[in-house]
Design a binder for this molecule. Structure first.
Ligand SMILES: [Zn+2]
Length: 115
């Protein structure tokens, strides 16, 4: 039974402060990001990974940047578009396409007439 004790001993003895036990053997570093609401998020990245320019704030979802003094501007805010607004928009899109197609057809017809 001395063999079992020896294995156990080396396992406990390995790693300072037991850090290896928490699975943080891969070197990582934390990067701070700030969103427009001044929320700080600190995701960690592997040391050899390139940290992204921006990070989505986990609290409010706005893009967050590395520079606390100049966080990225929030995306254009069209927050609660109603269903009706969507329908109108889509319909006017369709109308626009129809008008365009019609205009092109007329244009072609005119050109053909000119020649
Ligand atoms: Zn935020």
């Amino acid at each position: 039974m001395t063999g079992g004790n020896a294995i156990r001993g080396t396992r406990v003895g390995s790693g300072p402060m037991g850090e290896s036990e928490r699975g943080e053997s891969a070197p990582r570093h934390r990067v701070s990001y700030w969103c427009a609401n001044n929320h700080e998020s600190r995701p960690s990245f592997a040391l050899d990974a390139e940290e992204p320019e921006s990070w989505d704030c986990p609290r409010c979802g706005l893009p967050a940047g590395r520079d606390q003094a100049a966080p990225p501007a929030p995306p254009r805010n069209e927050p609660y578009k109603t269903h009706l607004a969507y329908v109108k928009e889509r319909r006017s899109d369709a109308d626009g396409e129809a008008i365009l197609a019609e205009a092109l057809a007329k244009l072609r017809a005119q050109r053909e007439g000119d020649f």
